[in-house]
Design a protein around this ligand. Structure first.
Ligand code: TA6
Length: 300
């Protein structure tokens, strides 16, 4: 089946593959099922809240305390952070893309059984301080999950400067028993230690306290080894020079109204994008694509 450019989302119904549903808080949501997996995506933020392979624990974590309300960020899944990462004075954390209702432009169940959906960030007042741009987001669900954020600078004469990041919350069996592999030798900004610059010396990163690190100039794949769930998650990326690792641990969890006090034990954010010194400057007329592919397999 080929993709569509529909006028009305109702026309897009494909029973069994793509469903249009009311999600929590009555926010519109898309449910996708394939022969390997299922996924849920809210139009608000084009926010994927669940990806699960059949017979496996969900790959993504979602907080039981998350808000599901218009204009409020969802806690968990994959927030799309764009066009800035972190705090901007007077403008809040992590950009406006995650709280805007994205337009569904196309869906395309492919002959190989995968399903792709393409969203576009709508025009909004917050975008007016940037040169004109287009941001498209393509999610492909199969036995893996592929995410692509394609940003085009539509201006004729001005560069577009932005940060981007898939703020992926992974579900883990017990965060203190997982190992994160792939960051040895990488430089990071340690947000827990007054933004000090450090270099990771360990082969495997373990979590036993609050972690909030922005690694720059890292293009390698990352793996999460999770002995409790008996699985290895692999994060492969292209067009990404930064990796962020975050676990709020005890005190910060208690400060977040939309996050359970003990939930830090079952999640770990491994985020891929281009942030801080890796921010992107896009010449007029040019596009940049951030691609992330998430897969999992049983630990040997
Ligand atoms: O990516 C890590 C981080 O920037 C942390 O500093 C932490 O605050 C987290 O994101 C969550 O941010 P949020 O705005 O979703 O509460």
């Amino acid at each position: 089946m080929v993709g569509h450019e529909p006028e009305k989302t109702e026309k897009l119904q494909t029973p069994g593959r793509v469903m249009f549903l009311d999600g929590q808080g009555e926010l519109p949501m898309i449910g996708i099922s394939t022969m390997w997996s299922s996924a849920e995506i809210y139009l608000q933020g084009a926010h994927l809240t669940s990806f699960r392979k059949h017979g496996e624990a969900p790959l993504t974590f979602i907080s039981q305390c998350s808000r599901f309300a218009e204009g409020q960020p969802i806690r968990g899944g994959i927030p799309v952070v764009f066009p800035w990462f972190g705090m901007r004075e007077g403008m809040g954390n992590h950009g406006f893309a995650r709280v805007k209702t994205w337009e569904l432009k196309e869906f395309a169940p492919a002959p190989d059984g995968s399903v792709s959906v393409r969203f576009r960030l709508p025009d909004c007042p917050e975008a007016s301080s940037y040169p004109p741009f287009t941001a498209d987001y393509v999610i492909t669900v199969s036995d893996t999950l592929q995410l692509q954020l394609i940003v085009t600078n539509d201006s004729k004469d001005e560069p577009l400067v932005f940060e981007n990041c898939f703020h992926t919350y992974f579900q883990v069996g017990d965060v203190t028993s997982v190992s994160v592999i792939g960051l040895k030798g990488a430089s990071f900004l340690d947000k827990v230690a007054n933004f000090v610059h450090s270099t990771q010396t360990e082969e495997k990163l373990r979590v036993s306290s609050e972690v909030d690190r922005v690694y720059v100039d890292t293009t390698e794949a990352i793996e999460i080894e999770d002995p409790r769930f008996g699985r290895r998650i692999r994060v492969e990326k292209q067009g990404s020079r930064s990796t962020v690792v975050w676990n709020p641990w005890v005190a910060r969890s208690q400060q977040m109204p939309d996050f359970g006090n003990d939930e830090y034990q079952r999640m770990l954010c491994i985020e891929s994008g281009n942030v801080a010194s890796n921010e992107i400057t896009l010449a007029p007329g040019r596009s940049s694509t951030l691609t992330v592919r998430l897969s999992s397999e049983a630990l040997a």
